[in-house]
Design a protein around this ligand. Structure first.
Ligand code: SF4
Length: 418
């Protein structure tokens, strides 16, 4: 590993919970339904995060635990069974039903795996019922996707075919572009997990080479490895360098000639660098502080420091998987400080002491920091924006240069110094 300093911190946290990932997962797999087993707070979170769909029936909902359930006066398992059966009678097109646990369902110890098992026996394959936890007690918001993917792995068929498996949700257009690059390199058998339909799960086996698109899939990567797949070690496909190394790692693993890889990637790299230039001008020399929330913080810091010239004050990450993150940490400037975990009060003190130009943080911290005159960027935007790949590097940089430009417009004093 590079000379980055790795520290740990614990205390009060300020992050979104794993339910949030339903917002992008329900779009990715439109034949699946996500039923949160939680309180009115959970229902409120998921509806505000996703936007209430008035004209289209949404593909998520909440089985609300009422006071009687929480007080243990009702049999929550029976209630949930009833709710699921009503839902499936009304929505026969649902192919996969995820029962998503929450803080309240964990506190009153509803055994969702048992409910799912019983429903699978009763429904006899008509619908597959799975469960995972989106509770905010111990997890952060991207871990919801990790839990959902891990729940799908036991259903993946076995295969001995040589293939490249891209793991982690990507915007469809970005995914198509990346697959087309791999096809041009001669890697024809490329599949994605999660797939675009929950029933079209890719097969897996010892000839499957997994290329992670997202850094927060620790449990998923471990389970895929247990199924015999090989995890390709690479940085993540953010920025020109990260995306280039990511594609090269897959190409190496498939024995593709370096000259062919260069001939395909070099034009993309020069175009992307040109598009990046105006953002580099804005970002270069600016101080960046990343608070922990998405687990994308280390790849983002690597991109913003190495390709955009930003000065990194601190990289917070809610959880650090040293194996998956090794290639990223090796690319960081040697004096970087990475803090795993969170003590939000101490971190905010360090933010104020270091007067950064930009703070990447959760929505709950952004407004108070903006009120103190510190520009912010919501970390959740990174999972909703198409930022992966060489072509997207300038769009990714723009997400960070935009708040600085906005700050300049709102602060005429800064304008005169530019
Ligand atoms: S799962 Fe927990 S943190 Fe998330 S909305 Fe429900 S109560 Fe809040």
């Amino acid at each position: 590993m590079s000379g980055a300093t790795l520290l740990k911190e614990s205390g009060p946290r300020e992050v979104f919970c794993g339910l949030t990932s339903i917002v992008w997962l329900h779009r990715r797999m439109p034949d699946a339904f996500f039923l949160v087993v939680g309180s009115r707070t959970c229902a409120h979170l998921i509806q505000s995060a996703a936007g209430v769909m008035i004209f289209a029936e949404p593909r998520f909902g909440t089985a609300i635990l009422e006071e009687r359930d929480l007080a243990g006066l009702a049999n929550a398992h029976d209630e949930l069974n009833r709710v699921v059966k009503n839902l499936l009678a009304r929505r026969p097109e649902i192919k996969t039903l995820f029962l998503v646990g929450s803080c309240p369902s964990e506190v009153i110890k509803i055994d969702l795996s048992r409910v799912a098992e019983n429903l699978n026996i009763e429904l006899k394959g008509q619908v597959t019922v799975l469960n995972y936890s989106g509770s905010g007690i111990e997890t952060t918001f991207t871990q919801g996707e990790d839990g959902a993917l891990k729940a799908l792995i036991p259903l993946m068929p076995k295969s001995d075919q040589k293939k490249l498996l891209l793991v982690g949700t990507l915007a469809n257009a970005v995914e198509d572009r990346l697959i087309s690059i791999f096809n041009r390199l001669g890697i024809d058998n490329v599949e994605s997990f999660p797939p675009r339909q929950s029933t079209e799960l890719p097969s897996i086996g010892p000839e499957t080479k997994v290329l992670l698109t997202q850094p927060y899939l620790t449990d998923t990567a471990r389970e895929l490895k247990n199924k015999g797949a090989e995890i390709i070690e690479a940085p993540f496909p953010l920025g020109v360098t990260g995306s280039t190394l990511w594609i090269q790692a897959a190409a190496n693993s498939f024995g593709i000639e370096k000259s062919l890889v260069d001939s395909i990637l070099n034009p993309l790299i020069s175009r992307a660098k040109q598009a990046l230039a105006p953002h580099v001008e804005k970002l270069s020399g600016k101080k960046l502080f990343l608070l922990p929330e998405s687990q994308l913080e280390i790849p983002l810091a690597r991109f913003l420091s190495n390709e955009c010239g930003m000065e990194i004050v601190e990289i917070g990450t809610p959880y650090l998987n040293r194996d998956l993150m090794k290639a990223e940490i090796d690319l960081l400037p040697p004096d970087c400080r990475i803090v795993e975990g969170q003590h939000v009060e101490r971190q905010l003190d360090r933010v104020r002491d270091s007067s950064p130009d930009l703070v990447v943080c959760g929505m709950g911290l952004a407004n108070p920091l903006e009120a103190e005159g510190i520009s912010t960027k919501w970390s959740i935007e990174m999972v909703f924006s198409p930022i992966h790949g060489i072509d997207q590097a300038s769009d990714l940089a723009e997400l960070f240069s935009r708040p600085l430009r906005r700050h300049d417009i709102l602060n005429p004093k800064t304008l005169t110094t530019n």
